[in-house]
Design a binder for this molecule. Sequence first.
Ligand SMILES: Nc1ncnc2c1ncn2[C@@H]1O[C@H](COP(=O)(O)OP(=O)(O)OP(=O)(O)O)[C@@H](O)[C@H]1O
Ligand SMILES: [Mg+2]
Length: 650
Amino acid sequence: MPPIQLLSPRLANQIAAGEVVERPASVVKELVENALDAGADRVDVEIEQGGVKLIRVRDDGSGIEEQDLPLALSRHATSKIVSLDDLEAVASLGFRGEALASISSVSRLTLTSRTAAQEAASRVEVEGRDMDARISPAAHPVGTTVEVRDLFFNTPARRKFLRTEKTEFNHVEECVRRQALSRFDAGFTLRHNQRVVQSLRPAESPLDKERRIGALCGQQFIDNAVLIDAEATGLRLWGWVALPTFSRSQADLQYFFVNGRVIRDRLVAHAVRQAYRDVLYNNRHPAFVLYLEVDPATVDVNVHPTKHEVRFRDGRLVHDFIFRTLHKALADVRPDDHLRGAVAQSFGRENAQGVPGAAGHSDPSAPAWSGQPAGFQATPSQGQGMPQGGGQGYSYSAQPQGRSQFQPQPQQEWHASDQMAFYNSLNAGGGVEAGTPAAPAGGAEAMPTPPMDGDEEPPLGYAIAQLHGIYILAQGRAGMIVVDMHAAHERITYERMKRALAEQDLKSQPLLVPLSMAVSQKEAALTETHGDDLRQLGLQIERIGPETLAVRQVPALLRGADSEQLVRDVLADLIEHGQSDRVEAVTHELLGTMACHGSVRANRQLTIPEMNSLLRDMEATERSGQCNHGRPTWTLVTLSELDKLFLRGR
Ligand SMILES: Nc1ncnc2c1ncn2[C@@H]1O[C@H](COP(=O)(O)OP(=O)(O)OP(=O)(O)O)[C@@H](O)[C@H]1O
Ligand SMILES: [Mg+2]
């Protein structure tokens, strides 16, 4: 073997760059983070040829003292921490003191800077194997500009992995989007080949913030999103979550920030998915921009070279908080929330401001809702006002439209008699009968047909007619409302059954023959440590050998299900998440099927009072904007939209 030698500084830095500097977008990420750490109010990013030729980031932050300039470009030099304690409570984006050293080892980098205390600016660049710093005088306002030219000019292997100019720029754009979402108080511009691609002023007011979200994530998103803001046990979660009906075929509109740092995290992803579980159509992905604020000391940011991951000290607490907050926000969405937004929208967005009392809303000056109910697009864009059939002009084309799609998923072999007994017991207390929409206590005849213009008009208005045995046509102050009566009734029944179930205990029932299961030692041990948790889920499991379990009792309602699979899934959840919602998930799935069978079928004639009582039930029911399969249950055509269709008032 050759003798051991120290690597030259440049080579050491190039090796470090291998982990962090993958492509132009990674350089942009590091430079913009530095600008934000320096307290910049304004960050300008200039790109040429996808970033391969030039990346220039200019800020108006604190700047760097002249004598510190050589250190800025050397490795293991940072102004952001000095001790391990600092690292454990770090609030800045940077802390390794590595980014500039790495980048300057694989490109031609110059940094020009001036602090407020300095008369003139200075420039620093490094050269040679030893990366010696050379300082020269320069002209620059207070702040810093870093120029990175010819990325990977000296590392041909890396250079080969670069994609087309367009692809690389797309990555840069996505990176700037994330940064701009993370700091509303800073202005950003992004230029590519001298063309301005993005220009964002600092966003202070709630409306400005929504505008920025609209500019970065699309107006459709913000029009279909609900603002949330919740705080508990030292955690705060705020941001925008899209209505379930604004779901995506890909998980491409999901931004999650922890203390201003964008991260990907399985625990977070799981909590969000769980919150949407009940309301999202199969295989669709929710869209959200969310900010979690926690005590920096409770989260470890030093777990990944590009800092894209973090580790929470109390992961379970964070998981539960995210899940509960989102679950509640989605449950709280009511027809009148949509309508307020829709009406405000027809009179101009500013009117959406100051709507009090909306779901999960702590800032009364912020718009609770902006935009239309999901699923409705105001004007037929192609058709010159010609009425279009078959759902054109609706934004759900990605979702199955035919009624045959409403069939429930095939289930395991449930015991039909158990189902019916349970269902009847719920109905006895819950007041809903299979096949009939619930009537109010006073009976259908007691429903008056109230005046249309009173202050008390309910959000979904009053029924006028039934269309094709499928839809209810209603008139409200905002305009015309169309309800898919089967979908709506299904959700109402389902929510009612869930509530009834939650009020009862999950009754446990012994199996005639205990089920014997082979499992791993780890799983077997878990049944002993988590005996109470399992019993709460209605499961009684005994460890009868090092790797053998006997399942003695299961939840009564799930007796006909595949108990072995259920137990395996529950144990897997316990291992991964320290908890399991499997029993609830499977139970809810079963209730969903029952609700679907028990709900008003198409082609059943309803009387006007029956239709009105269904509308009132919808207004009072959680998640009533979507059926159990995540499809919308109703839509609104506002008066002004009708006017537009008929070219009235022009
Ligand atoms: N735009 C800037 N404005 C002011 N100071 C800066 C700027 N960019 C870099 N610096 C200074 O240079 C130092 C080194 O920056 P560098 O990005 O290499 O490391 P870091 O930000 O400290 O840590 P990390 O490697 O995690 O990014 C910083 O600690 C900071 O003091
Ligand atoms: Mg940095």
